[in-house]
Design a protein around this ligand. Structure first.
Ligand SMILES: Nc1ncnc2c1ncn2[C@@H]1O[C@H](COP(=O)(O)OS(=O)(=O)O)[C@@H](OP(=O)(O)O)[C@H]1O
Length: 401
């Protein structure tokens, strides 16, 4: 299959809607940051807007001309407009799938370090969810996390069939899942992808044939963990990888770099996190700014398609936590005494089990307004009936003096 022109009018208007949503989100986001004194948070458009309102008007006008050019001259809108690194959905060279193959109908999109490995293992084993197959030199854990939408090693650029090939054996399965925690920041791209699925790629359980219908049959889950302890867990993960060999996710750690030093350089440094032109949060802090991420998800999919779960509940009452997932996905109830086995627990000499009080307080100051915004957002936009409401507020992380 060659490249996929997205030429029908529905998709053109979808593309515009997503673009406008992105612009609105960027504006909203920058306004929020300015209100919070975050106007210089690596966001060049905020600075431009303050200096010259004319500049932002001309920016919008230029974008409008670009949209019209794409619609009527090139005859197609594709997600490359929304996010400059997004290519059209192209197939891998040399592959020719004539039979329908499938892509996931369940995504566990994070949060990173919030128990996603434990939940995915349970769904793959107890509920027989179909997981990705891995090829060539791909790491073993790519069966849980395909790292497609986050474009890891340019995987997204290889197109829809590259992704679908990993799930080709799942054609007869009702539940097909990709549990890549990095997807939390890629709502817009994922929405576009499912809207634009070519006819020979279908997501299971999708009865609707329209583009919108394919997106609407997608179920998304995200576990939210108190962000300071999430950041500490991520630091420990990177440090473990560094010590035992593995990916440090592009962050240069040195074995002796403490959590205090790490957050000072990577998280408190405001130039390392920014909102992109397409409204996407880019950088080190993004994965903990849940309100920013969820605003995008709620623009892309219906609220009842997304189940938000609490890591606190995963720890304190796993049975209820698992029941929520089963109800959301329409699964039979798990057997009595089924447990969520601990997975992906790092233990190595030098692991930091608690943040210093200095780090905790510095990070908590950053996260607090976003957490508040999250609780308010979830009240305004209630989820499916099995979701906790009100959503439990995070308990502040303990610290070491
Ligand atoms: N069953 C169970 N109950 C409670 N907590 C659990 C469980 N299983 C895993 N964990 C903890 O989850 C953290 C790892 O999360 P992820 O698997 O999502 O990490 S990853 O993003 O996929 O790397 C990691 O947290 P930290 O120990 O704080 O680093 C795991 O210990």
């Amino acid at each position: 299959m060659g490249s996929l022109p997205v030429s029908d009018m529905t998709t053109k208007f979808d593309g515009i809607a997503v673009l406008l949503t992105s612009l609105k989100t960027t504006t909203l986001t920058t306004t929020v940051k300015a209100r919070r004194g975050w106007a210089n948070w690596g966001c060049s458009t905020c600075i431009q807007r303050r200096k010259s309102p004319w500049l932002s008007t001309s920016l919008y006008a230029t974008l409008l001309i670009l949209i019209i050019y794409q619609m009527f001259v090139l005859g197609r809108i594709h997600i490359g407009i929304v996010n400059s690194i997004d290519p059209p959905l192209e197939s891998d060279a040399g592959s020719a799938h004539s039979n329908p193959v499938t892509v996931p109908n369940v995504l566990l999109v994070g949060a990173q370090k919030a128990g996603t490995t434990a939940v995915a293992s349970w769904l793959f084993s107890a509920h027989k969810f179909c997981k990705a197959q891995t090829f060539d030199n791909e790491p073993r854990w790519y069966d849980k996390e395909v790292h497609f939408f986050n474009n890891h090693n340019k995987r997204f650029e290889r197109g829809a069939e590259f992704y679908a090939r990993r799930f080709a054996h799942c054609d007869m399965s009702d539940m097909v899942m990709d549990a890549t925690p990095n997807y939390a920041t890629h709502a817009i791209r994922i929405g576009n992808f499912y809207r634009q699925l070519p006819p020979n790629l279908h997501s299971n359980q999708s009865t609707a044939s329209s583009h919108e219908g394919r997106l609407q049959s997608l179920k998304v889950m995200m576990i939210l963990r108190e962000p300071v302890s999430r950041e500490l867990s991520k630091y420990n993960h990177m440090k473990d990888n560094e010590v035992n060999g593995g990916d440090t996710w592009g962050v240069a750690l040195t074995f002796n770099r403490s959590f205090d030093e790490y957050i000072n350089a990577e998280l408190l440094n405001q130039t390392k996190t920014r909102i992109s032109r397409s409204g996407q949060c880019v950088g080190a802090l993004c994965f903990s700014l849940y309100s920013e991420l969820l605003k995008q998800w709620f623009e892309i999919i219906n609220r009842d398609q997304m189940l938000l779960l609490s890591y606190q509940e995963l720890k304190s009452d796993p049975t209820t936590f698992m029941e929520r997932i089963e109800k959301f996905l329409g699964l039979p109830p798990h057997k009595a005494n089924a447990t969520l086995k601990s997975s992906n627990v790092k233990s190595f000499a030098g692991k930091s089990s608690l943040p210093s009080c200095w780090s905790r307080d510095k990070l908590a100051d950053i996260f607090q307004p976003f957490n508040k915004e999250l609780y308010a957002l979830l009240e305004q936009r209630p989820g499916p009936p099995m979701e906790q409401r009100p959503f439990p507020e995070f308990q502040i992380a303990e610290c070491n003096n």
